[in-house]
Design a protein around this ligand. Structure first.
Ligand SMILES: [Ca+2]
Ligand SMILES: [Ca+2]
Length: 89
């Protein structure tokens, strides 16, 4: 399990934000909504990723919505790939 998490870390830090973004962007419209993120959190992989995001940024205790609002730079309630990259890098 630890190796798996470390692998994920490499994956995230190797600037694969776009790949991850597309995996979460369920309807393929190139923006993420809190609904999409919440749905994908039901899968183990994304839960781990979100856990890493919150841990790396010392934001444990923040809800997905809090995180979303923090990184939704233009406050349009949608997260584009640039905003998403900022969140995971
Ligand atoms: Ca979408
Ligand atoms: Ca936005």
């Amino acid at each position: 399990m630890k190796e798996f998490v470390n692998g994920l870390k490499d994956y995230l830090t190797s600037n694969e934000a776009t790949t991850l973004f597309k995996a979460i962007d369920h309807d393929g419209n190139n923006v993420l909504t809190t609904d999409e993120i919440s749905v994908e959190l039901a899968t183990i992989n994304c839960a781990l990723i979100m856990d890493m995001i919150t841990r790396n940024k010392n934001t444990s205790g923040m809800s997905v919505k809090d995180l979303f609002n923090t990184y939704d730079m233009d406050s349009n309630n949608k997260m584009d790939v640039i905003e998403f990259s900022q969140m995971i890098n």
